[in-house]
Design a protein around this ligand. Sequence first.
Ligand code: HEC
Length: 179
Amino acid sequence: MEEKPFAPNVDVNTGAIRVPEGYTEWPTLGTWAHAHTGEQLEMIGPGVHEYHVVYTQPETIAYYRTHRRFPDGAVLVKELFNAETLAMTTGPAVGHGTTIKGWFVLIRDTKGRYKESPLWGDGWAWSLFNADDPTRTVSKNYKTDCIPCHTPARELAPRNAVDADKWIYSFGYPVLRKQ
Ligand code: HEC
């Protein structure tokens, strides 16, 4: 058993995962905005109804820029925000985040730890949390809860990416491209 946690949000004895404390002080990797479409658009007008903000440790960004891959212990936190759209002086439909809906958390694991856990595998720990409890994982099995939706990322990933990094929608994170 490792003595020093390899990531700040893992119980090294059990492999239990939580939303890392203080992650909002980390840099953002990038953001995703979900716009109204179809019937919603006709009824409510244009705008944003959900924002996803992705955070990681500063050292993860530095490592990625040098090595073109995520380091062991890299934590990616995707914050889900409800959003509201207003006419503002910058434009007629400007969205902003309001309340937190929950968090998706990934931890890079280059060593194949916790093989018996259905939250660990394919190079990452995979976990979902509801807004009411950042310490309690509500997802059960990454193979059914996460992998199907992250499979399209593999086609979009750089061809020379490390296999495990192909699960990540990295084209949405321009800071990783800068040198
Ligand atoms: C409904 C499809 C869907 C499901 C289910 C899903 N993801 Fe994702 N995930 C995405 C998409 C698409 C993105 C990027 C765009 C966005 O957030 O809208 C993303 C982004 C992420 C990110 C930011 C890093 C990245 O890959 O860009 C994390 C962290 C994440 N997901 C974790 C998880 C975990 C953990 C699970 C399972 C508990 C999960 N996701 C399940 C579709 C999904």
